[in-house]
Design a protein around this ligand. Structure first.
Ligand SMILES: NC(=O)c1ccc[n+]([C@@H]2O[C@H](COP(=O)([O-])OP(=O)(O)OC[C@H]3O[C@@H](n4cnc5c(N)ncnc54)[C@H](OP(=O)(O)O)[C@@H]3O)[C@@H](O)[C@H]2O)c1
Length: 241
């Protein structure tokens, strides 16, 4: 991937960080991004040869345009966009009152509208390189599970957006998604009950590592004849629940 430029949103932690590191290890020029953790991002870029860090909140349209402009200014091209940044609120699905419209808006602003507006902002650059997008969704977007109903619905929207966008922007640009199950990141650090459930019910008997998801993101970004697909990366959990 030595000539390739890869932008990974939300890459100062968890799945995004593992993905950015993996692309960098394969020789790509990587752009790290986050909304708040600027010092971590800058340290990652210093420690990863040839990489960059750009702060941007993907929920803000101006930030998305500026992020793409920064990538092109610093790196000259964009080959892969990994839409990984996401947010949630943990709300029992039966607690309807807590899933207020403000919560729905907050989650959709990042997970759906953010992914959409950054993809649109990056499209001209991706067309120029015949590049690709990989969205990070969730098995919560495929099954009636997940940290809250608004979160699960946002990931279902992203799964469908993946197929629709793939149809709209081919043949120049491919668009795929990974749908992780439970992955060990700061986001899920205190999800002990879920981790126990996965280790007893999933055929592969463990929760995922960020690198397990990164492997599939890199595969989808580097293959050439797959588009519009959502690849489940859950150790087989959805086979048994
Ligand atoms: N962990 C799991 O079990 C799991 C399962 C299924 C799907 N996923 C999905 O995987 C993705 C990554 O999750 P993770 O577990 O790796 O989370 P994480 O470790 O909490 O990392 C989230 C990253 O996103 C950044 N971020 C958050 N909001 C942002 C915004 N508006 N703009 C730019 N960056 C933003 C965070 O940095 P700052 O906060 O500093 O901005 C951080 O770098 C999410 O889309 C999540 O829905 C995770």
């Amino acid at each position: 991937m030595s000539e390739q430029v890869v932008l990974v949103t939300g890459s100062t932690s968890g799945i995004g960080e593992a993905t950015a590191r993996r692309f960098a290890r394969d020789g790509a020029t990587v752009v790290f991004n986050s909304r708040a953790s600027t010092e971590v991002g800058e340290a990652l870029a210093r420690a990863t040869p040839g990489s960059h860090y750009v702060r941007a909140d993907i929920a803000v349209a101006d930030d998305c345009r500026a992020l793409v402009a920064q990538v092109l200014d610093r790196c000259g091209r964009l080959d892969v966009l990994v839409n990984n940044a996401g947010t949630t609120r943990v709300i029992d699905h039966r607690d309807l009152a807590s899933a207020s419209i403000d919560v729905w808006r907050e989650i959709f602003e990042v997970n759906v509208f953010g992914t959409w507006q950054l993809s649109v902002a990056a499209m001209e650059a991706l067309r120029a390189t015949r590049g690709s997008i990989v969205n990070v969704t969730s098995i919560a977007g495929l099954r009636p599970t997940g940290s809250s109903i608004p979160y699960a619905a946002s990931k279902a929207a992203l799964n469908h957006l993946t197929a629709l966008l793939a149809k709209a922007v081919g043949p120049e640009v491919r668009v795929n998604a990974v749908a992780p199950g439970l992955v060990d990141t700061p986001w899920t650090a205190d999800w002990d009950a879920q981790r126990r459930f996965v280790s007893t019910h999933a055929p592969l008997r463990r929760s995922g590592a960020p690198e397990d998801v990164a492997d599939v993101i890199v595969a989808l970004a580097t293959t050439s004849y797959v588009t519009g697909q959502v690849v489940v990366v859950d150790g087989g959990l959805t086979l048994s629940s």
